[in-house]
Ligand binder design. Structure first.
Ligand SMILES: [Zn+2]
Length: 287
């Protein structure tokens, strides 16, 4: 198999360009997404056994399906950060907090499907003591969107698998939207993580939402500016008005038809709430 990565559009909830699972090589994928949309991965693999499932972070839209997928791939190991590993092994706390965010167990099941615990012996902790090289990857912690987020640079191709650290961008557009999800959003950490990714000088940024982008400097600049600007606006506007402003900006930048694409990935009210939690945390630290 060639070294060129394959984007697997998981057709999440029947929609294209929502959640992208990356097939790095024949036996390696990054972020399979939730259990409800694993079929596209099965189709792409066509029976090839997985050996490595790389997890950028343990939010359910990225790794909710890891445990279910492992049952079908008995030789696969899971690469995940130390902070993230315990939630894959015992997802009870993760499920409880996700039920709060998404409004109950039934809705959680509809959105993500079964969340199967990952056997501890299948887990390989990565980047626990800072940036490390493992096989053909350089791996570093990249917090900001989530405390336990790691990113993977594939040294052979220069492709950087950055999960949600480099934010969200839909194919064919230059609008970059930071996923300021509760409860971990941390702008200072996030900007340092973007420094880490920039220092790798990647050839391409491989996003989960959605696709590969080779205009790396432009993209990273827009990720930083988006974070600064939307956080500043969230300090002035309530959730409804902020959501209206976001929808208008998305429509202006991408065409009206893409508004639903960005909204399905993460509702505006949730992004606003993540920024509010950060403001409250910073205010508490300052007082
Ligand atoms: Zn995500």
């Amino acid at each position: 198999m060639t070294a060129t990565a394959t984007a697997i559009d998981t057709q999440y909830l029947g929609q294209s360009t929502q959640i992208c699972c990356w097939r790095v090589d024949e036996h390696t994928i990054v972020d399979p997404g939730p259990t409800v949309s694993l079929q596209a991965i099965r189709d792409e693999l066509a029976g090839a056994p997985l050996r490595r499932i790389l997890v950028t972070h343990i939010h359910l839209d990225h790794s909710g399906g890891v445990g279910a997928l492992l049952r079908e791939h008995p030789d696969a190991e899971v690469w995940v950060s130390k902070r993230g590993a315990r939630h894959l092994i015992d997802p009870a706390r993760l499920i409880a907090s996700a039920e709060q965010v998404y409004g109950g167990a039934a809705e959680l099941a509809r959105l993500f499907g079964e969340i199967v615990p990952v056997p501890e012996e299948r887990v390989r902790i990565v980047a626990a003591d800072g940036e490390e090289e493992r096989d053909e990857f350089v791996i570093a912690e990249t917090p900001g969107h989530a405390k336990h987020h790691v990113s993977f640079l594939h040294t052979g191709t220069g492709d950087a698998y950055v999960g949600d650290t480099a934010s969200v961008r839909l194919p064919g557009h230059q609008f970059v939207l930071p996923m300021t999800t509760p409860p971990d959003t941390d702008q200072a950490a996030w900007n340092r993580s973007l420094d880490v990714i920039a220092a790798w000088k990647p050839r391409r940024l491989m996003l989960t939402h959605f696709g590969a982008y080779d205009d790396v400097a432009l993209h990273l600049a827009r990720a930083r500016e988006g974070l600064r600007a939307w956080a500043a606006l969230a300090a002035k506007l309530d959730a409804d008005l902020w959501g209206d402003a976001l929808a208008a900006a998305v429509a202006a930048a991408t065409g009206q038809e893409r508004v639903t694409g960005y909204a399905t990935t993460m509702p505006a009210a949730t992004l606003w709430h993540g920024l509010q939690i950060e403001r409250e945390r910073l205010a508490a630290q300052a007082s």
